[in-house]
Design a protein around this ligand. Structure first.
Ligand code: GAR
Length: 209
């Protein structure tokens, strides 16, 4: 069974999910702490949040490498220096390659109820489709785009008059809580994966027995 004490969190933007993890891990009983924050770009609020919390940061930009494979190896090597038990992609807008996925469990968070509306515009795509309920998904990453085994989901209603920004903000309020709850439980109780089914601690999974 895997356990998640040391977290490396990857961000590409405002980093409010990162902030929620930083805040939660200030309490030692949470069971996990953020040991480093990585990004694929400079000048983002997520990196500022890490620095304010006294957490080391690194940036690996895709454009600095000749090939995607070179970047994949570089970011995996950088992550490895912090010896994480779990990598959390919290608004990280790049697909991680085999060098990272083969070396560490990677948790991802997405602002839609997967498998609906994967990709970079989950909120916009759900609104455009006219769904009445959307939400957020915390899942383990695999090499696909938001296709990995699901850890937790929570629904958020779409309200009349919602635009992308308003709906995304409401989703993110739920998403931060869901992410913090599940990272904490994974840290304290451990988890196992069987096919598409993730089981935290002794929680009953989705398998039929
Ligand atoms: C979150 O809603 C996250 O699910 C989304 O970016 C936002 C980051 O917010 N990620 C994706 O859409 C990935 N497909 P934050 O920077 O404030 O944590």
């Amino acid at each position: 069974m895997s356990k998640a004490g040391r977290l490396v969190v990857l961000v590409s933007g405002s980093g409010t999910n990162l902030q929620a993890l930083l805040d939660a891990s200030a309490d030692p009983s949470y069971g996990a702490r953020v040991v480093a924050v990585g990004a694929d770009r400079e000048g983002i609020e997520g990196l500022v949040r890490a620095t304010k919390a006294g957490v080391p940061t690194f940036v690996e930009k895709l454009g600095d490498y000749a090939t995607r494979a070179d970047w994949d190896r570089a970011i995996a090597a950088k992550i490895a220096t912090y010896e994480p038990d779990l990598v959390v992609a919290a608004g990280f807008m790049k697909i991680l390659g085999a060098p990272t996925l083969d070396a560490f469990p990677v948790l991802n968070t997405h602002p839609a109820l997967l498998p609906s509306f994967p990709g970079a515009h989950g909120v916009r795509d759900a609104l455009a489709h006219g769904v009445k309920v959307t939400g957020c998904t915390v899942m383990l990453a695999d090499e696909g785009i938001d296709t990995g085994p699901i850890v937790a989901q929570e629904a958020v209603p779409v309200l009349p008059g919602d635009d992308e920004a308003a709906l995304h903000e409401r989703i993110k309020t739920v998403e931060r809580r869901l992410l913090v709850e599940n990272v904490g439980r994974m840290a304290r109780e451990g988890w196992t994966v069987s096919g598409r089914h993730v089981r935290i601690g002794n929680q009953s999974g989705g398998e039929s027995t």
